[in-house]
Design a protein around this ligand. Structure first.
Ligand code: GDP
Ligand code: MG
Length: 598
């Protein structure tokens, strides 16, 4: 196909504004999916995504569209995730595109992530097609949303397409606009092969499947290729497009989007952001890849059963291929044994990885409370990075501690400005600006420590504003803060996996609260178990788990043997998610307890 018939685009939107539904309608209208094949929300094809109603992985699907000008076009739609944790995946998809559909809910208007996504699209000079979706809703306010698009983003009223992904209104207009307004790719066909890897995924039977956009030259089956970052050589065994299922093609040419299988076995050999070139006639320079994303939240993942350690490593290896932002290294905890310290983009990302490990790989996990990455300047001048609270040096060795800070943008109805500001102040926020977007809504900016917002902030914001405020943030750097490490001792033994780093002003309160929580959570023993919180050598809180007087098994002695066996089995089951530390079993929830303290 010639490049002038190709359009590569993404759909960007705030969560729930209808991106996935709209994508489905486009597939349906272009008969890429027949009704029979039409699963609800085809593009969200991971179980977890469908359950949570969010899009995590991006996918590229080719649609054939017969336009009103009588010509047939190839429209490649690259789906993007819609959560702040995954902004980097949005920018990844956008690199493979010439334009975007900007979807805005007709009742909600522009939200924080709409803005964040618009900035990403503008940065890459993409053509933006604004679509106001859900115009079928009784509370749709097309005029207001159009005005917002004009005033906030500078979009001309005439460019706006009105649509309902629910009843199909506007779908043809959108397809025509894609053909007319989004530029065709203008890539060099007769040059060295350069293809950008924007996603890859591991298939048990075929090995690594790589999604790519060809920017110059041609990729054909049987071709010897080279990965420019790693220098590794492979043979492209199969290339194709998704239409929507995989369909083999004879070549992927400049401007085209598709997939490649090349017998790649090691997950680390198909890196997202790498450039594929010809082995025999390599390009002199790779394409500008992606900025390496740095994980901002870390936690420990330990197999509940120590024997699953190798399986866990294997599973992480495989998940990492689909997810360049997941990092992990071996961690040895005195309390929890061998496991991994894993880095994530945010808390949702962390939950998703944990859930996938349990569901798809059948590994039951003990996880520790997440923390952000700190920078520490030592007295002797060296600067180190702390990903695990346990590794924080003694106070007298530290000159200063720096924590990551973000700029948070809130879109807030005027009635809720007060509660949002209060919340930000509570979380050590620093007010920056307030700007009226229209007579009812404001854009509020705060600087906040990442550690204060990464955990339950979003939920608090939602409950304080009845769901009417949206927010998005970007990390802007590191700032010094008065932070200390609080250690927890159970039965006089420090439990490394329970240590946490906290602002000095909150240390006593959090230490006391956590000790209290643990007292409730720890199973009672035959003896009193003291639970202490300490900063350095100084104990700041103490609680006691009172002894049980009777052995739980005592009542079974002499009784029915099967009943005793059942009881033992039940205890064993419960213990699967327990970790023994010294003489005390600590249940899984205890390692996350610090999160439930406000
Ligand atoms: P995404 O998070 O942007 O992918 O949004 P979804 O496509 O998952 O849609 C979020 C919700 O809005 C779902 O319950 C959809 O059924 C609903 N929805 C999407 N488009 C429309 C529309 O045009 N009209 C109405 N009434 N509901 C819609
Ligand atoms: Mg979606």
């Amino acid at each position: 196909m010639t490049q002038e018939r190709i359009r590569n685009f993404s759909i960007i939107a705030h969560i729930d504004h209808g991106k996935s539904t709209l994508a489905d309608r486009l597939l349906e209208y272009t008969k890429t999916l027949t009704e029979r094949e039409m699963q609800e929300q085809f593009l969200d094809n991971m179980d977890l995504e469908r359950e949570r109603g969010i899009t995590i992985k991006l996918q590229a699907v080719t649609m054939n569209y017969q336009a009103k000008d009588g010509k047939e076009y190839y429209l490649n739609v690259i789906d993007t995730p819609g959560h702040v944790d995954f902004t980097y995946e949005v920018s990844r998809s956008l690199k493979a595109c010439e334009g975007v559909l900007l979807v805005v809910d007709a009742a909600q208007g522009i939200e924080a992530q709409t803005l964040a996504n618009i900035y990403l699209a503008l940065e890459q000079n993409l053509e933006i097609i604004p679509v106001i979706n859900k115009i079928d809703l009784p509370n749709a306010d097309v005029e207001k949303v159009t005005r917002e698009l004009e005033e906030i983003v500078g979009i001309d009223e005439d460019e706006v397409i009105l649509a309902s992904a629910k009843d199909g209104t506007g779908i043809e207009d959108i397809l025509e606009a894609i053909v007319e307004r989004i530029p065709a790719p203008d890539d060099k066909e007769d040059d060295h092969l350069k293809a950008l890897i924007f996603d890859s995924y591991y298939d048990t039977y075929r090995g690594v499947i790589t999604y790519l956009r060809v920017f110059s030259g041609q990729l054909v089956p049987g071709m010897e290729i080279k990965m420019m970052q790693t220098g590794k050589k492979f043979e492209a065994s199969e290339i194709g497009i998704l239409n929507p299922g995989p369909k083999k093609v004879d070549a992927l040419n400049a401007g085209e989007v598709g997939f490649m299988a090349a017998n790649i076995k090691d997950v680390k050999d198909s890196r997202v952001g790498d450039t594929i070139t010809s082995y025999k006639k390599p390009a002199p320079e790779p394409l500008a890849g992606y900025k390496q994303v740095k994980p901002m939240v870390y936690c420990g993942l330990f197999p509940a059963d120590g024997e699953d350690y190798e399986d866990l490593r294997d599973a992480l290896d495989k998940l990492q291929l689909n997810d360049a932002s997941l990092v992990y290294e071996q961690e040895n905890s005195a309390a929890l044994g061998f496991g991994f310290r894993c880095g994530f983009l945010g808390l949702l990302h962390m939950e998703i990885i944990q859930e996938r490990l349990e569901r798809e790989y059948g590994i039951s996990l003990v996880t520790t409370a997440p923390n952000v990455v700190y920078r520490v300047e030592l007295v002797e001048g060296e600067e180190i990075t702390i990903e695990n609270p346990t590794d924080l040096p003694e106070r007298n060795e530290i000159n200063a501690i720096y924590e990551p800070v973000v700029r948070a943008n809130f879109m807030v109805p005027q009635d809720y400005i007060g509660p949002v500001m209060e919340l930000c102040e509570e979380k050590r926020g620093e007010y920056e600006t307030l700007e009226y977007l229209d007579s009812l809504r404001v854009l509020l900016k705060y600087k906040l420590p990442l550690s204060e917002i990464v955990f339950d902030f979003f939920d608090l914001l939602k409950s304080k504003t009845r769901g009417y405020a949206s927010f998005d943030y970007e990390i802007i750097g590191y700032e010094g803060a008065d932070l200390v490490k609080v250690d927890i001792l159970v039965n006089k033994e420090p439990v490394d996996a329970l240590s946490f780093i906290v602002h000095q002003d909150k240390a006593y309160y959090k230490g006391r609260q956590l000790a209290g929580k643990l007292r409730e959570m720890l199973p009672r023993q035959m003896f009193d178990v003291p639970v202490q919180a300490a900063i350095g050598n100084k104990v700041i809180a103490r609680e006691t788990v009172k002894a049980v007087k009777k052995n739980v098994l005592a009542k079974c002695y002499g009784g029915d043997i099967t009943r005793k066996r059942k009881l033992l089995e039940k205890q064993k089951e419960g213990k699967q998610r327990m970790k023994q530390v010294g003489k005390v079993d600590i249940p899984q929830e205890a390692f996350m307890a610090v999160l439930s303290i406000d």
